[in-house]
Design a binder for this molecule. Structure first.
Ligand code: SIN
Length: 321
């Protein structure tokens, strides 16, 4: 008779991730992964593929991990980006604390740092202390938003550049200082995901102020029309945190909103930011140039150049309703 063997912890740690979608559109929970262990390349590849597909991966019960583990995990997706707000002992990690004296500030739909020429690729966020109730984070899939846009609006946006401003909501006395740190930038309104080639809408409520070459009131109406799509529940998923939950998201495909309903209770998170690899890519750049082939069915038929102004007039009228 064979003696019962002790569990092979190494083999258990080498198990492949089990990825279960949260909604059919975005977000997935990942099981069978211990983020305190160094993950092998096959596992890392599964996670990168999962992140490209779902935009958000959630790992539960990871209370045992250290900041170094969090940093090593984030580095599976690319080099990290340091913030001046990083912890002295661990400069790759920013601690985000909100409580009665520091009210929540991330309760607006945003793409992290879209006001930079090269916005971050993504982030790994770890829940250290969560309120008894509330403090969820909402995510919206901007690829799904793109798919919901009327064809004429997509045609109109195809060549437009959106303006991103760090100081969009800042008090007047801080605008100059913020612009000295981060001058206005423009990004294509419609972008191509650099890895999957998918189309996304790249505007957000926190930082986008309008469009180059469009008169201000039309610009505001168009932006308002576009941003309303982010509020549609069918493009969203909601993450309920527990202490020890870790999430990684793709900042090129999603935007997010940290619900501030828990104030004045305390919520503490730690974030590692994954650096972007380049400026957002205009949709007008063929996917072949990004090394991806877009399905033929999603290409506009030859000879269907849009009447930009007609589309804008129609979109403006709709946005006004
Ligand atoms: C963030 O906006 O980057 C933080 C999100 C959160 O705290 O849930």
């Amino acid at each position: 008779m064979l003696a019962p063997s002790s569990p092979d912890v190494g083999a258990m740690r080498r198990r492949r991730p089990l990825i279960s979608p949260i909604t059919p559109v975005l977000g997935a929970e990942v099981a069978h992964i211990d983020l305190a262990a160094r993950l092998d390349e096959a596992c890392a590849a599964d996670l990168r593929t999962g992140l490209n597909r779902y935009g958000l991966l959630v790992f539960r019960n990871q209370s045992a991990i250290t900041r170094a583990d969090q940093v090593a995990f984030a580095q599976l997706f690319g080099p990290l980006e340091r913030s001046p707000l990083g912890e002295d002992a661990d400069p790759d990690v920013v601690r985000i604390i909100h409580d009665a004296t520091r009210p929540p500030t991330e309760n607006i739909w945003h793409v992290d740092h879209s006001f930079r020429e090269v916005p971050p690729r993504g982030a790994v966020l770890r829940a250290i202390e969560v309120p008894q109730a509330g403090g969820d984070t909402l995510f919206a899939d901007m690829r799904a938003v793109f798919r919901r846009l009327p064809t004429e609006v997509r045609a109109l946006l195809r060549d437009l550049q959106a303006i991103h401003d760090i100081a969009k909501w800042a008090p007047a006395e801080r605008v100059d200082e913020l612009h000295a740190a981060a001058p206005l930038v423009t990004h294509p309104a419609l972008c191509r995901h650099p890895e999957t080639g998918e189309e996304t809408l790249f505007v957000n409520a926190a930082y986008t102020t309008g469009f180059v070459g469009i008169e201000r009131s039309e610009s505001v109406a168009l932006l308002d029309f576009l941003l309303r799509h982010v509020n549609v529940p069918e493009v969203q998923c909601r993450l309920r945190w527990q202490a020890g939950t870790v999430a990684v998201w793709d900042n090129r495909a999603l935007q997010h909103y940290a619900v501030g309903d828990y104030f004045p209770a305390r919520r503490i998170m730690e974030r590692a930011s994954i650096a972007g690899s380049g400026r957002p890519i205009a949709l007008a750049v063929p996917s072949e140039v990004c090394g991806r082939t877009r399905p033929a069915s999603s290409r506009p038929p030859a000879g269907t150049a849009p009447d930009r102004n007609a589309g804008l007039r129609r979109a403006g009228r709709r946005a006004a309703h």
